[in-house]
Design a protein around this ligand. Structure first.
Ligand code: PHE
Length: 507
């Protein structure tokens, strides 16, 4: 059998009858510990060695700990000095002054507090208003902490020492504790057989070194096989968030379908968010319950003509049969600013000509932008989420075009079974909600809302073509593509980091 040199050396150093710790194998094989560890694991993977792991605890004296081995622990020095000064057991008669004892014990700075605290803790005596008495029964010369410290400094085993004593040394910063995993190796039967049959050093090189590169030798050597299955530390770098990946993918798909991107304000006048959409001013969704109102000055540069036409649509309706709401309508109410509850406000700005001028059909626009709703947080609702807004303006559109667009769009994400449910929006007729089946729970979840804009919306905007439009939820789409069951795993304070690190958008 041929093996790389480090492996041959380790194999020869290992025993079939005794577990040999890796550092001993390293020493015997004359290898760096890392190289020996690597060779051991490679030999294990080849079935020639068996590896045992044992958790061990090691204590090492600190520099401070070492200084006390000769001079004695501060409390011991205090005791000796007190006895030397004639202190006895009785606080009244035999007490000596603390200052005097501290001086005699040659203690200063922090050591004074340490000495006094441990003197009291160990019951060496009493300290009473500046006077110190000792307990003659105490035996600081046989102190377990001092003994354990001396053993550590002398590099003797402390297996029999009480853990409490060792922990105390650690808490006093006289020793440091190190937990280690000790690995040792034993030859397997296959390892013994291999050695008996003879193991030779293979002329392979296991790593590329600067020397190999500069000498040009790398061209002639044979490299050892690379084991891509070997254990390696997991490296966690930054990645694009799964929602951002989904948003980018949605953008790519829609651009591919001929759509142009819209943008516009997150905080906008109610006029664009609601009034243009023929949402009556007394609609429940326009109350403070659902809306994040902002305490900012009203937006007063609304297009005057448009405001008049929108007001008239609300009051009297549009067209010969139109009737309007006959509900209150105030321009002041329309100018108030709120965080947009949908990005249909952008569609209104674009369709009105306010953003990019008048548009001729056919035109397609979209956005993947954040919206804000005063909802109750639950497994399918966030207070801020991303909406995939979109609309198509053309000469002649039908519900079939709308449905076909969704089928085509969702197919790009592997979703081929969307379902439609008739719905009501004040601004579209007919309207449809879209549902998709969750891949793991099998439940139907709502993924969007859509419809054909009504004349009451289009007429004031000055659009005399058909417009089909929608708002789809990006997070819900991500739930379907990633299998997440709780939207809160995706973003926000409760996000599931493990999931986010590994999540991929599949399509
Ligand atoms: N604005 C609707 C979505 C929608 C947009 C355009 C037309 C129809 C519906 C919502 O947020 O649910």
């Amino acid at each position: 059998m041929q093996l790389p040199e480090p492996q041959v050396a380790v194999l020869n150093a290992a025993s079939a009858t005794e577990e040999t710790p890796i550092d001993r194998l390293a020493a015997a094989a004359e290898l760096e510990p890392e190289a020996a560890t690597r060779a051991v694991f490679e030999l294990r993977d080849e079935g020639l060695l068996e590896v045992a792991e044992r958790e061990t605890v090691e204590y090492e004296p600190t520099d401070e700990g070492r200084t006390y081995v000769d001079s004695g622990l501060p409390e011991t020095r205090l005791y000796r000095a007190a006895v030397g000064a004639g202190a006895g057991a009785s606080a009244d008669e035999d007490a000596v002054s603390m200052g005097q004892v501290i001086g005699a014990a040659d203690l200063a700075g922090d050591a004074v507090d340490i000495a006094l605290a441990n003197f009291g803790r160990k019951g060496y005596g009493n300290i009473d208003s500046g006077d110190l008495s000792v307990d003659p029964e105490a035996d600081p010369e046989a102190d377990p902490e001092a003994d354990a410290l001396a053993a550590l400094v002398a590099d003797e085993a402390v297996d029999t020492v009480d853990n409490e004593v060792l922990d105390r040394l650690v808490s006093r910063n006289l020793a440091a504790r190190r937990d280690r995993t000790e690995r040792s190796a034993t030859l397997t039967d296959a390892g013994v057989t291999a050695l008996m049959e003879g193991v030779e050093t293979a002329e392979t090189v296991d790593r590329l070194t600067p020397e190999l590169l500069t000498s040009g030798e790398w061209e002639d050597v044979e490299f050892a096989d690379y084991n891509v299955e070997a254990d390696a530390p997991a490296v966690q770098g930054g990645t694009t968030h799964v929602l951002r990946q989904a948003a980018e993918r949605v953008t790519d798909v829609l651009v591919g379908m001929g759509f142009q991107e819209m943008d516009g304000p997150h905080a906008d006048a109610d006029f664009w968010i609601n009034d243009c959409l023929f949402m009556p001013q007394d609609h429940p969704a326009r109350t403070h319950w659902d809306r994040f109102a902002l305490d900012t000055p009203p937006i007063d540069d609304l297009p005057a003509d448009l405001v008049d036409r929108v007001e008239s649509a609300h009051r009297e309706g549009v067209g010969a049969d139109g009737d309007g709401y006959h509900s209150p309508w105030s321009e002041e109410f329309a100018r108030a600013v709120a965080l947009r509850g949908h990005t249909t406000s952008l569609s209104m700005r674009y369709l009105s000509g306010e953003r990019v001028g008048d548009l001729d059909p056919p035109r397609r626009f979209f956005s993947v932008e954040k919206v804000y709703r005063n909802d109750t947080l639950d497994a399918t609702h966030l207070l801020e989420f991303f909406q995939i807004e979109g609309w198509v303006m053309a000469e002649d559109l039908s519900v079939r075009d709308l449905m076909g667009t969704f089928v085509e769009f969702y197919e790009q994400f592997g979703i081929t079974d969307i379902q439609f449910k008739p719905h009501y929006n004040p601004y579209t007729e007919p309207s449809f909600e879209l549902f998709g089946r969750h891949p793991t729970t099998g439940e139907l979840i709502e993924i969007g809302n859509s419809g054909m804009f009504r004349d009451e919306v289009l007429d004031p905007l000055g659009v005399d073509h058909d417009v089909m439009a929608w708002g789809l939820a990006l997070e819900r789409l991500a739930m379907l593509t990633t299998g997440t069951e709780d939207i809160r795993d995706l973003h926000g304070t409760l996000a599931d980091l493990e999931f986010l690190r590994g999540a991929e958008v599949t399509y």
